[in-house]
Each structure stands twice: as C-alpha cells, then as structure tokens.
Design a protein around this ligand. Structure first.
Ligand SMILES: Nc1ncnc2c1ncn2[C@@H]1O[C@H](COP(=O)(O)OP(=O)(O)OP(=O)(O)O)[C@@H](O)[C@H]1O
Length: 232
C-alpha cells in the first residue's frame, strides 16, 4: 500500500494536494489535463520534489525523509534517460551497479536475460543512437525493471512512439508489472491507455490528485473535470 497522507507539494505558484491510498500491486493510470500536476505527483513520490506538508508511506514506512536513491522507486520518463555514450548493455549495467565497480557473473547474466526478454538479443553492444525508438524504450524499461524496485513510476514513457509500438510497449509493461508484483503508476494523456492496461485510475485536476477509482466506472460517469478534459 502506497499512502499519501495530507501531502502538499508544488513548483513556483503551483500547488498540488494528495490524500490517497493506492493498493499494491497493480498498474494504475494517472490522467488529467495538461499542467494539472501529473508529473508533480510522480516527482513527490520519487523524492525529486519535496512535500511541504504530509507524509508518503510505503507499507507503513515513512519515505518522506528519504532521498530519491533511497526510496523503493524506479522512474521512467518520456525521454528514456538512456546515456547516449554508453551501449544498451552499459546502460542496463547502471541499474545493477549504480555506484560503479565490476559486474558479477550473476549480474551480467541478469542483464543479458533482461535484454533478451525485451527482444534486444544481440543489440547490447549498440549505443542508443544506433537502435530504433522502440528498442530504446525497451532498453529503458529493461533498465527500470533490473532496478527491481517495488514502485515503478512511468511518466508518459512511450509518448514519442507511434500508436502500434506504444500499444505494444504498454502491453509489455502490463505483463512485466503483473509478473514482478510491482505497483506501477502510469501517466498518460490517452484514456484508451487507461482502459487497455490499468484497472484503476487516479484523476489529477484542479490542484488535487484524487483517490484511485475503477477505470471503467470513472470513465462511465466522469466527474466534471474529467468530462471537460475528455471534451464531452
Ligand atoms: N519548475 C517549475 N517552476 C514553476 N512552475 C512549474 C515548474 N514545473 C512545473 N510547473 C507548473 O506546475 C504545474 C504542474 O506541472 P506538471 O508537469 O506536474 O503537470 P502535468 O499534469 O504533468 O502536465 P503535462 O500533462 O502537460 O505534462 C504546471 O502548471 C506547471 O506550469
């Protein structure tokens, strides 16, 4: 269970309030108008942005005082964050030895298995610039999975991909989240994404992140803010 207890955060004049619980595991969509605070919500959970009020708890443990590296969280952003000067394998290795040092044989085997599972067999020696956008996305997802953190934050990770590839990557994400037993929060602009892969959805609007609701029920009877966003 991820609990945001009276959390208030913000950037500049913007304020976001969140008082909600998210049952783990599972894939939860985060949806809402542009500028509503979806990325801000993920940032405060990851620790990239401080909470000015309230606490963030993971299975009862208070994460609020912890820095991003000490939280049980892996984050995947839209631009993938692959280092261009490293090979795909080298990028994945960062998840296994974030502070440098030699990779053990066991770690190397895990990295190769992660590449293979994402359909990147034989591409480990290439740099990101020498593979397709979809392959870059796969490598970034593989790296996030290798981090093996129980909370996965996905901030529009596949927005730059075409519709078919995006659907494929979402399905891949759904599959790995269900296999790893993680809690994943997925920011998306597309209600179809939420319908496709997320049984629950958090609506962020009017300065507030609402408690997760059953996705079908939410869209069947949308609150005014969601109705306006959907253009109904
Ligand atoms: N560094 C900053 N300084 C000041 N205001 C900021 C900063 N970063 C974000 N904001 C403001 O915070 C609000 C929330 O931004 P956020 O990126 O969380 O929204 P979002 O819902 O993720 O938007 P989008 O869907 O467009 O990505 C916006 O109004 C934005 O202008």
């Amino acid at each position: 269970m991820l609990t945001l207890e009276g959390v208030v955060t913000g950037a500049g004049a913007f304020r976001l309030a969140a008082d909600l619980r998210v049952e783990a595991p599972g894939l939860v969509a985060v949806i809402g108008p542009s500028g509503a605070g979806k990325s801000t919500l993920l940032d405060v959970i990851a620790g990239f942005r401080p909470a000015s009020e309230g606490r963030i708890l993971w299975h009862g443990q208070d994460l609020t005082p912890l820095g991003p590296g000490d939280r049980p969280v892996a984050t995947l952003f839209q631009d993938n964050n692959l280092f261009p000067h490293l090979t795909l394998a080298g990028n994945l290795d960062l998840a296994l030895r974030p502070r440098g040092g030699r990779l053990t044989d066991e770690a190397r085997a895990r990295r190769d298995a992660a590449l293979a599972r994402m359909g990147l067999d034989g591409l480990g020696d290439r740099k990101p610039g020498a593979v397709s956008g979809g392959q870059q996305s796969r490598a970034a997802l593989a790296r996030a999975l290798l981090q093996a953190r129980p909370i996965l934050l996905l901030d529009e990770p596949f927005a730059a991909l075409g519709p078919a590839l995006r659907a494929e990557m979402l399905e891949e994400t759904r599959r790995v989240v269900s296999e790893t037993g993680a809690l994943a929060l997925l920011v998306t602009h597309d209600p179809a994404d939420a319908h496709r892969v997320a049984p629950r959805t958090i609506l962020v609007s009017e300065g507030r992140a609402a408690a997760p609701r059953d996705t079908e029920a939410l869209f069947a009877d949308p609150p005014d803010a969601l109705r306006a966003y959907l253009g109904d």
